[in-house]
Design a protein around this ligand. Structure first.
Ligand SMILES: N[C@@H](CCC(=O)N[C@@H](CS)C(=O)NCC(=O)O)C(=O)O
Length: 224
């Protein structure tokens, strides 16, 4: 099985299946390309999946769009326990994962993931601040209702956590007001060894994508 991804520094959608693969040690070969590069364009041209990463190739089977890839990995490797066992928890986990996939447009547009830079004093719009509030409400709802003693949204690590991991990465770069519970969940994500490995790879990259760079004074990030 092969997973085609973009830059570690910028590609939020790539981060999600990569994190699932890495954390569970799944036998998936990762092929990383510079976003918008000719090499990536050529690779994707051979595929039906259009012009976006991530893409998962499993023999003749091609799976695209991050949430579909995660569902497929969960089916192929059920021991990785993609979703909570409890029916209600599983329904909520699927809901918040789908919500991340389809919503939060303002936050996504205004605060691209950029592991290498921090933007002190950067101001989000009211709409994006509302997105930050909704993210925190989602985390609180999951953790209060379903996490029991585990550190992840549903106690154990599930697809819901990988769906929200890139938001935690965005919060590293821009100033946001987080309540203590949300800050605690961010620490759980940021201290995870696989997340740290993703950040390490992002910090090592030098490829720059202009449209993902904020027009705001920044300082470099040197530590994971
Ligand atoms: N909904 C898609 C989004 C994929 C996507 O937008 N990928 C970005 C990288 S993070 C991309 O390939 N951008 C290149 C382009 O838009 O041409 C998913 O969940 O996989």
């Amino acid at each position: 099985m092969k997973l085609i991804i973009g830059d570690y520094n910028y590609s939020t959608w790539s981060m999600r299946p990569w994190l699932y693969v890495h954390k569970h040690g799944l036998p998936v070969e990762v092929k990383r390309y510079d976003l918008f590069s000719e090499d990536l364009r050529q690779v994707l041209l051979e595929r039906f999946s259009n012009d976006k990463v991530p893409v998962l190739l499993d023999g003749a089977t091609e799976v695209w769009d991050s949430l579909a890839i995660l569902e497929y990995l969960g089916e192929r490797f059920p021991d990785s326990k993609p979703w909570p066992e409890d029916t209600e928890a599983r329904a909520v986990a699927r809901s918040v994962s789908a919500e991340m996939h389809s919503s939060f447009g303002a936050l996504r547009n205004e605060a691209p993931m950029n592991l290498r830079r921090q933007f002190p004093g950067y101001r989000l719009s009211e709409e994006a601040i509302a997105d930050v509030g909704r993210v925190q409400a989602v985390w609180r709802y999951c953790r209060e209702g379903f996490a029991n003693d585990g550190p992840w949204l549903f106690g154990e690590f599930t697809i819901a956590d990988v769906m929200y991991a890139p938001v935690v990465m965005r919060f590293r770069s821009i100033p946001v007001n987080l309540d203590d519970d949300a800050a605690g969940y961010c620490s759980t994500v940021e201290s995870d060894p696989s997340v740290r490995e993703w950040i390490r790879r992002g910090l090592e990259e030098t490829h720059r994508v202009d449209e993902d760079e904020l027009d705001w004074p920044s300082k470099p990030v040197t530590e994971i």
